[in-house]
Design a protein around this ligand. Structure first.
Ligand code: ZN
Length: 392
């Protein structure tokens, strides 16, 4: 037995002539430090067993006297093995009459009516819908109030009655004897599951839950300027709580679908347009669709801007970016991003005889029949920029 090897006075850090109050105080403060409920360290657990054992000896006048005489404090009595069986709160309750732990019980019956949980639904929208807002009808599957019993859980005409086992308290006391005296713990009443009441005739539609699952349609107003991952909160549209309790909130998380043309970066929209080599050299004006053009329908406003002009200046190089101000995504706090167009120059292919002749003449005129090529340091081309956009 370890008690012989370890001095209980040393373990608790008290003097030989310490009185009961001092011993109790020392043990309480060590228990706060080492009880497994508050200190998960395995060494702390071992230490807690030792200090509990020490306290078991010093708190009992007979055992303490036996130890002081140099005898075995446990001769004739079994060791209680105190440390293992009781929670930290139980010990604190034993010291403080049920008030110290706080969470030990004594809370009374738990309410049948509780607030429901929040619900989350993911909805996919298009880039144009994210940019300009949309009213979207969604289907949600949540608990709703049981209309049959209006949430009470009792069949119509019946009502909940007080639980006979706990007399409505929702808790029953369990008493265990120990060297500390009686340790009294309150546990939820098994008969009424802690509610204090029993529903003798549960509502047949909800089985006494006061709520039923239902699928319904809702219209969500998605504001302009939202982005991938934005959550729209609909208060009171989540799960109805047990006992018909107030509903939690519904969060609609938006997933923005990939657009075939535009890639969003902040509030800017990036896209790429290809032009023939001749147009890049001579200059031209392209008419390109705006993102709004995706939303055009019979009902849309006639002054919706569905296109913009992009001026490709003579001599435009492949990979040139051009920003068109104000055609991007509206900001949540006003303002609007740009459309950034990268112009790619297309080299003509599949030349017929006449075209080849003309190009040879042009090369001749420009002295480009035998170009040497111009070496320079590597610059980021189109794919480099594309990679940057994805890394973003
Ligand atoms: Zn019901």
């Amino acid at each position: 037995m370890r008690a012989g090897a370890l001095d209980p006075y040393e373990l608790l850090g008290v003097d030989r002539d310490a009185d009961d109050a001092a011993i109790k105080k020392a043990y309480r403060s060590l228990a706060r430090q080492y009880h497994p409920d508050v200190n998960p360290d395995p060494e702390a657990q071992e230490r807690f067993k030792e200090i509990s054992h020490a306290y078991e000896i010093l708190s009992d006048p007979q055992k303490r006297a036996a130890f002081d005489r140099g005898g075995d404090p446990f001769s004739g009595v079994g060791s209680g093995g105190f440390g293992a069986g009781f929670s930290f709160t139980d010990i604190m309750d034993a010291f403080f009459g049920g008030q110290a732990g706080g969470a030990a019980g004594g809370r009374g019956p738990r309410p049948r009516v509780r607030r429901g949980q929040d619900a989350l639904i993911r909805v996919e929208i298009s880039l144009a819908e994210a940019a300009f807002g949309v009213n979207r009808e969604i289907k949600v599957d949540t608990a709703v109030l049981c209309e049959t019993c209006s949430g009470s859980g009792a069949a119509p005409g019946s009502r909940p009655v007080a639980c006979e086992t706990c007399r409505g308290a929702g808790e029953v006391a369990h008493v265990q004897r120990s060297f500390l005296g009686e340790i009294r713990t309150l546990r939820p009443c098994a008969a009424c599951r802690g509610f204090g009441t029993i529903i003798p005739e549960p509502c047949r539609d909800c089985g006494g839950e006061g709520r039923v699952r239902s699928r319904r349609s809702l219209t969500v107003k998605i504001p302009a300027g939202v982005d991938n991952g934005t959550r729209v909160q609909l208060s009171g549209q989540g799960e109805v709580g047990p006992g018909g309790g107030p509903a939690g909130d519904l969060y609609v998380e938006l997933q923005v679908a990939r657009h075939p043309v535009f890639t969003r970066q902040g509030n800017d929209l990036h896209c790429t347009v290809t032009v023939p080599m001749t147009a890049a050299a001579l200059g031209t004006v392209l008419t390109l669709p705006t993102l709004e053009a995706d939303l055009v329908s019979e009902t849309s406003s006639p002054d919706m801007v569905t296109s913009f002009d992009l001026e490709v200046r003579p001599g435009t190089q492949s990979g040139t970016d051009q920003a068109i101000k104000g055609y991007g995504v509206p900001g949540l706090r006003g303002g609007r991003g740009d459309v950034v167009v990268t112009v790619l120059v297309e080299t003509p292919t599949g030349l017929d005889a006449e075209q080849e002749t003309l190009l040879n003449q042009l090369a001749d005129l420009r002295g480009e029949q035998h170009p040497s090529g111009q070496l320079r340091a590597s610059s980021k081309g189109f794919f480099g920029r594309l990679r940057d956009a994805f890394d973003h």
